[in-house]
Design a protein around this ligand. Structure first.
Ligand code: DAH
Length: 344
């Protein structure tokens, strides 16, 4: 046997023993370094080629390489065996199917959506239809037909997002009054909830995107008492049985007379004192309302001598502040499930 052949045979048997003794991937890696690493056994052999008898030298490099190939193949086999042993161990693990699983997170309806549904269901029980409309409106529906002509100062008050010279993101749900009356002859009884947009700086009481609900009742013989009755009922539904409603004179181009609507502060029950929800007045502001202006009825082809109507437009988030006794409107849109899920 040549000198190199003897050295290689010795190397292979030491290698085989080391691989057999490697019980995990870490140990196997150490074997790889010991034998095939930069200063491992094989490198030492290669360095010793110069000391071999002259006749062995020409083929020594190839013989060593052949052995290295075999060692690498053996390493790979050993690695595969370790992996499949680990896999088998994993498979034979028993699973306790009776072990309680973590609760799946179950969502709830968003509080703003809940208020919309509650108001709608109150009016639906009285025979109103719920109608939805576009969030992008022509100024015709948003302003002109609502008795706000192009040069009317009330346009300024709406601080709208304009898309073109004549199209805007609706700053209120009132255009739904026009859309509904254009499509249907009286009598009309609808509520129209939906998103509105205004160029307001965001703070504790303002969002640039918010929700309103519009109400409209038009028929023969409708008067202010009907409005008062409907809104009193709505507030009792939302806030409690002994809720009162009061009207303060106001101005809107699309109603005459117009009013701001307040309801008993649900926190202090109207007592005022040092209540931080109503500022001590005992009343909470809901929004605008009034008797539909004769010009608005005329604009949709109704005869104001035959029919009359009331309308209101309330901010849903504002109702939410009151209902949930929250002092910051932004909490509704911050998507904090822990907070939102406490509100019912
Ligand atoms: N559209 C008004 C606003 O957003 C609110 C409003 C006031 C709506 C009076 C009405 C109404 O229907 O009759 O400021």
């Amino acid at each position: 046997m040549s000198e190199l052949a003897a050295q290689l045979a010795d190397l292979q048997s030491r290698f085989a023993a080391a691989v057999a003794g490697a019980g995990d991937e870490r140990a196997l890696d150490a074997v790889r370094v010991d034998f095939l690493g930069r200063s491992g056994a094989v490198t030492l052999l290669r360095r010793g080629i110069g000391q071999l008898p002259a006749e062995e030298r020409p083929t020594a490099g190839k013989e060593i390489n052949d052995v290295v190939e075999r060692l690498e193949a053996q390493l790979q086999d050993a690695q595969g065996a370790l992996e499949s042993r680990a896999f088998d161990a994993d498979l034979s693990r028993t699973i306790d199917v009776t072990f309680p699983a973590p609760d799946a997170a179950v969502g709830t309806i968003h509080p703003i959506r809940r208020i919309i549904e509650d108001v709608c269901s109150y009016f639906e029980r009285m025979g109103f239809a719920v109608v939805l409309g576009p969030e992008v409106e022509p100024d015709q529906y948003n302003f002109d037909a609502l008795n706000i002509p192009a040069d009317h100062p009330a346009r300024e008050g709406f601080d709208s997002f304009w898309i073109t010279d004549t199209l805007l993101l609706r700053p209120h749900t009132s255009p739904m009054q026009i859309r509904t009356m254009e499509q249907h002859a009286p009598p009309i009884a609808v509520v129209a909830p939906g998103r509105c947009y205004r160029r307001d700086a965001v703070d504790a009481r303002h969002l640039f995107q918010f929700n309103q609900i519009e109400g409209l009742l038009v028929a023969e013989g409708i008067h202010f008492g009907h409005l008062k009755g409907a809104l009193t009922g709505m507030c009792r539904e939302l806030f409690g049985d002994d809720q009162q409603v009061r009207f303060r004179p106001s101005f809107f181009p699309f109603t005459e007379p117009s009013a701001e609507v307040d309801t008993t502060c649900p926190k202090c029950r109207g007592l005022g004192d040092a209540c931080n929800m109503c500022g001590g007045s005992g009343w909470i502001e809901l929004g605008g309302a009034g008797m539909v202006h004769p010009n608005v009825l005329r604009n949709v082809g109704y005869d104001p001598d035959v029919v009359s109507g009331w309308a209101f437009g309330f901010g849903i988030e504002r109702l939410g502040l009151t209902r949930y006794e929250i002092d910051d409107i932004r909490r509704f849109v911050e998507s904090d499930p822990d907070f939102l899920m406490q509100l019912h």
